[in-house]
Design a binder for this molecule. Sequence first.
Ligand SMILES: C[S@@+](CC[C@H](N)C(=O)[O-])C[C@H]1O[C@@H](n2cnc3c(N)ncnc32)[C@H](O)[C@@H]1O
Length: 227
Amino acid sequence: MDEREKQNFTYAHNDTSVPERISRTANVNVADFPDVVRDMRLDAFGRNIPVSSDETLAFLRICVAMAKPRKILEIGTAVGVSGICMLKICPSAELTTIEKNAEFASEARRNFEKAGLSDRVTLLEGDAADKLVGLCGQFDFIFLDGPKVQYVKYLPELKRLLASGGVIFADDVLLYGWVNGENPVPPKRRMLVEHIREYLAAVQNEKSLTTTIVDVGDGVALSVKCK
Ligand SMILES: C[S@@+](CC[C@H](N)C(=O)[O-])C[C@H]1O[C@@H](n2cnc3c(N)ncnc32)[C@H](O)[C@@H]1O
């Protein structure tokens, strides 16, 4: 990304130049969240903090409930809403979650505490690229929800950290329908879209992974590390 592009770059989540993409099932998927996150979510939405949509969060909860991970890795904590949802539906799991924004990270710490989950959470504050390199051990479920432009760059570390049989749940891979050609790509988003396409190609060509892309929320790529 050159300097000019960097200046034009804002989070796609906060892109108000185009409407949010609505999947065909968004209005029939009824959200069922733990009580403790309801107010946190509403409050976060009210302050334009990028938390997952109802449909994405509902799907994430189902995937975690099915996978029954012992160790979860999340890239992009925000204020902890998705982390709390995953831990509540999977009582034996532990979460390692990475967040670059210091204010979000301290709010997430308070929210994990409020939810009574602090002892099951390791929150790493900093850039995911640096933190991933320093991680060891194996994770059964990886929720990739940080900077979309970096997904493909993170992939080698994610493959290293993913346990056999483990799942990578990569969110927002259709990005406003720009990635699948549903909507035209705004010029300043071309590079971002290219990087997401590279991520999708990489996981689909990777022999150790079986991947499918589903039209949930803004698009989810599910990859399973085959045994
Ligand atoms: C979509 S939000 C995460 C939402 C959260 N998973 C949820 O559903 O409640 C993405 C988060 O990634 C964080 N982020 C952005 N760049 C990052 C980086 N390089 N390393 C770590 N976190 C980053 C942002 O600050 C933001 O909080």
